[in-house]
Design a protein around this ligand. Sequence first.
Ligand code: ROI
Length: 167
Amino acid sequence: MNTVYIGLGANLYEPQAQLNKAVEALLNHPDIKDMTVSSFYASKPMGPQDQPDYVNAVAKFSTMLEPEPLLDQLQLIEQQQGRVRKEERWGPRTLDLDILLFNEAIIDSPRLTIPHYGLCDREFVVFPMLEIDSKLCLPNGTALSDIAANLPRNGLTTLPVTQNKET
Ligand code: ROI
């Protein structure tokens, strides 16, 4: 089994509901097991500021899927939730599912950079990851808690739990 961390993010069309729906899709996926999800967090946009605040979370799960087939499954869930790939770079999005860590793997392929290139700079990734696993280390041995100690929270706040409107 592989141990995977993914980042979830959305800032369009009821972002909190988008994340709830994505979590449900992951929970129902036959190849995804033993999932833990962080709290949902409200975060200030990284990149252009003329876009709504984001809702972010991190999930940890086990899977037999290899990285690229897993990426295919995550992109399928993004598409099912209305993600249009032509969305502007660093612009608003309905749902982003990014592979952050895949075991201790270091991957640099045309489709995948693992660990995720922005992991250490993004408070909306680092703090939710630490919530799930306070002792987590990156493949290079750096403790995530050491990265968090030098990372401003930039207004990151946990959101109260909500249910989907349709559930
Ligand atoms: N900013 C925040 N706060 N959260 C995100 O998930 C996010 N995703 C992105 C960019 C546009 C870089 N900014 C973000 O892709």
